[in-house]
Each structure stands twice: as C-alpha cells, then as structure tokens.
Design a protein around this ligand. Structure first.
Ligand SMILES: *[C@@H]1O[C@H](CO)[C@@H](O)[C@H](O)[C@H]1NC(C)=O
Ligand SMILES: *[C@@H]1O[C@H](CO)[C@@H](O)[C@H](O)[C@H]1NC(C)=O
Ligand SMILES: *[C@@H]1O[C@H](CO)[C@@H](O)[C@H](O)[C@H]1NC(C)=O
Ligand SMILES: *[C@@H]1O[C@H](CO)[C@@H](O)[C@H](O)[C@H]1NC(C)=O
Ligand SMILES: *[C@@H]1O[C@H](CO)[C@@H](O)[C@H](O)[C@H]1NC(C)=O
Ligand SMILES: *[C@@H]1O[C@H](CO)[C@@H](O)[C@H](O)[C@H]1NC(C)=O
Length: 372
C-alpha cells in the first residue's frame, strides 16, 4: 500500500469512527446538550392575583428576569381541561374537542369524564407538543397535565405522574429536576400542572385568606425551583414558563340558583358544572368562586411569564394567546409544528433570537449538530 492510500484509509477510518459514534448515540443525548423547557401551570391563577400578594420569587426570578405579555388571552370556555389542551396542541377548543372537563356527546349518547382517554382523542389532527418531542428523539415529562396520560400516534410520554389531589408543589419540582437530570433518558420538555390556587378559590372565593395562603406557598415554591435549578447547574439551560388557564370570579351564595327548584331533573342531562349551568352544595362560607365565563371578563384573565436563556429580560410584549404557546414551544425545541390555530406573530417578540420562518426547520438538522 502506498503512503497516499494509507493516509486516505486512516482518514476514512477516523471518519467512520465518528459516524458510528453519532449513529449509535441515543438521540436524547444530542438533545440533552440543547435547550430544556419547563412549563408550569397554576390552575385558576387570575391575573388579578398579581396584586393580591407581595410577590418575592415570582417577581425577581420571572417577571423582572423574563418576558410577559400585556394581556394573555385564553380560550372560551374558560375551564381547566379545555385550556390546558389548547396550550399543548395550539388548537381552539372546538377543534380539539375538549370543550369541558366532562362532555356529553349526544350522537354517541355518552359522557366523557376527566379519566376517559376518549375525551382527548376526538380529533385525530391533535399533535400535542409532548408527542412531537418524543417522535423526534426528545423525552417529555408530564406531571398531572390534562391529556398527557394518553398515547397519541402510539407514543406515550417518557415520564408520567398521574393526577393526585393535594400534590405538593415542592414534590412536583423535585420530580422535574429528577427527570431533567435522568442519566439514561433526560427530559428536555416538562409540563407541570399544579391544582392551586383553583381548588381553594372555588371553595372560599378569590378574595379569601385561603387563596392568599396558597399564593404564598406558590411563591415559596418558585423560590425553591430556582434554588434547585442553581444546585443542579440548570439555570443556563432551562427555560421556565409559568402560566395559568383562567382566573377566578367571586360567586355570592345569594346569586346561586338551585336548578332542582325550577326544573324537573329528569328533564335534562348534566355533564360537568359551568357558570351557565351550576349545581351547588350547601356550604358554610357565603362566597365561593367560579370560572368558565367569557374571556373578556377581567377576572378570567390568566397569567403568562417566561424566563431563561431564550427570553428577553424585563420585557413587556404585545398581547398573545395561549394557543400561541404551542408555536413558541415548537420553536424552542426545534420541532416542526403540527396543524394548529396559533401564530408566532406577537409571542416571537419575547425571544432573544426571534422566530424567522426559516428557523422552523426539520429536526434532522438538529440531530447532526455537534454535541460539545
Ligand atoms: C342514553 O343512554 C342512557 C344510559 O346511559 C339510556 O338510559 C338512554 O335511554 C339513552 N338514550 C338514547 C336516546 O339512546
Ligand atoms: C402507554 O402507557 C400505557 C400505560 O399508561 C400502556 O398501557 C400502553 O401500552 C402504552 N402504550 C404505548 C404505545 O407504549
Ligand atoms: C374582592 O376584592 C376586590 C378588590 O381586590 C373588590 O373589588 C371586590 O369587590 C371583592 N369581591 C368580593 C366578592 O368581596
Ligand atoms: C415545601 O414547601 C413548603 C411550603 O409550601 C415549605 O415549608 C417546605 O419547607 C418545602 N419543603 C422542601 C423540601 O423544600
Ligand atoms: C398582537 O398585539 C397587538 C397589540 O397588543 C394586538 O392588537 C393583536 O391582536 C396581537 N395579535 C395577536 C395575533 O395576538
Ligand atoms: C384551526 O386549525 C385546524 C387545524 O389546522 C383547522 O382545521 C381549523 O380550520 C382551524 N380553525 C380556524 C378557525 O382557523
């Protein structure tokens, strides 16, 4: 063999080693070096709650250090499952079909409740971002977020923590950190649902001391999250989005109408409770809370704030909608978005590097990128 051939062969061998290393590598490893996103939803956190508590950690770690819109729009009906599924899919409620926490389908004469997978599988077009992420070699984690316990296109999320009542915010944060730092299949996208302050807001009303106490716990939880992100050296890689699905409106006991007093209950179907058709139990406090009202009622306005390496600091953006979050997440994770009703028009302004149409590119480009 001549020297020239030997040198060529050596170069070829070196190249092969590199190709094999890349080919044999778990796709997750490549994505691990990239961005990670944590999406936290605080159920029933009305925008008006921002004035209700002297925020410490939410203010410093998120609002001052990140971006938020002048107004964050949610979808009608302003209920929990419909809005959470709109965030994950970028679709209007009437398009994904989850138009209530429970729905009655008159054509099937069937009621779908929160535990029924069929509730989320009404439209085969739905393409939740956690599924897109799995399909492209990422690992999604899901803590109690409505709809993520279902396999879409035959794919489950890698990490799942199903709903349980009174889950501690702290514990959900610990779980998220554990998944982000998992050695074998590190999560690059986590959806974390927290049931407060919705739960106490319903029972005691939005102006109650009980809601204020939950807000205090949430603020401490945010402090704990940033402490943990620092300990695990994740501050520079994790983008954090904190949002809510809807607000909370006070409902006086004297305004509650008992339907049974007016209509024979055998005459109608009930599926879930909504402000338009409410069933009430007798209770000790005289004010409760509810949501589900139209989106232009100020008490229904949710919150959105995003902080991390991808986002501008202390930036107030023009209005955007919760379905636009889908476009944002796809961009952050370099995923080609599925069919959706969102737009990147305004939400793009919160990014340090705004979305250009050429940036939403096929993932193969990402996978070929260098690890270092
Ligand atoms: C709908 O289902 C219920 C049982 O769940 C049954 O009693 C009722 O007759 C059904 N109605 C129709 C129109 O099929
Ligand atoms: C998804 O997870 C469920 C358990 O939650 C399991 O029964 C099912 O087989 C899984 N599906 C796939 C496609 O992995
Ligand atoms: C709740 O507090 C707000 C001011 O923070 C006040 O405008 C509203 O009337 C109060 N609602 C009730 C039902 O007490
Ligand atoms: C969990 O949160 C509570 C406040 O909600 C706090 O008192 C407690 O110390 C936290 N636990 C941990 C392990 O951080
Ligand atoms: C963008 O922001 C402007 C100003 O806040 C608002 O009028 C417009 O409706 C917003 N567009 C979208 C798509 O949200
Ligand atoms: C929302 O998006 C879906 C999927 O692309 C589409 O079928 C539907 O027509 C859109 N709805 C509206 C009102 O634009």
């Amino acid at each position: 063999m001549e020297w020239g051939q030997i040198i060529l062969l050596s170069i070829w061998l070196l190249l092969m080693v590199d190709v094999c290393r890349t080919a044999g590598m778990e796709p997750s490893l490549k994505i691990m070096s990239r961005r990670k996103v944590l999406v936290i939803s605080l159920d029933g956190f009305g925008h008006h709650y921002l004035d209700k508590y002297p925020w410490r950690y939410l203010a410093t770690n998120l609002y001052s250090a990140g971006s938020y819109p002048r107004k964050f729009r949610n979808q009608f009906v302003t209920k929990t499952f419909p809005n959470h599924f709109s965030v994950a899919t970028g679709l209007y409620e009437e398009v994904h079909g989850v138009i209530g926490n429970n729905i009655y389908d008159s054509s099937l004469n069937k009621t779908f409740g929160m535990d029924d997978k069929e509730l989320f599988m009404q439209n085969p077009l739905v393409s939740p971002v956690w599924t897109l992420n799995e399909e492209h070699g990422g690992h999604s984690g899901c803590i109690m977020w409505p709809g993520c316990g279902v396999a879409y296109r035959g794919k489950n999320v890698t990490f799942l923590s199903p709903f349980h009542q009174h889950a501690l915010f702290n514990e959900s944060i610990d779980k998220s950190i554990e998944w982000f730092t998992n050695e074998r299949t590190p999560a690059n996208l986590i959806f974390l649902y927290h049931e407060e302050p919705d739960h106490v807001g319903h029972i005691y009303g939005p102006n109650s001391s009980q809601v204020e106490e939950e807000l205090r716990k949430i603020d401490e939880g945010i402090g704990y999250l940033y402490q943990m992100l620092t300990v695990h050296k994740l501050r520079d890689t994790v983008d954090v989005i904190v949002m809510s699905d809807h607000g909370m409106s006070a409902v006086k006991e004297e305004n509650v109408i008992f339907l049974d007093d007016i209509v024979d209950s055998s005459l109608y179907h009930i599926s879930g409770t909504s402000p338009l058709l409410n069933v009430w139990t007798t209770f000790v406090t005289d004010t409760h809370g509810n949501h589900g009202y139209p989106v232009d009622i100020p008490n229904m306005e949710p919150i959105f704030v995003a902080a991390g390496p991808s986002f501008k600091r202390g930036f107030k953006a023009p209005d955007f909608s919760n379905i636009d979050t889908y476009m944002l997440l796809c961009h952050l994770l370099n995923l080609a978005p599925g069919p959706n009703n969102g737009t990147a028009d305004n939400i793009s302004s919160i990014l340090v590097e705004p979305i250009s149409s050429t940036l939403i590119r096929p993932l193969s480009v990402t996978l070929g990128e260098n690890l270092s």
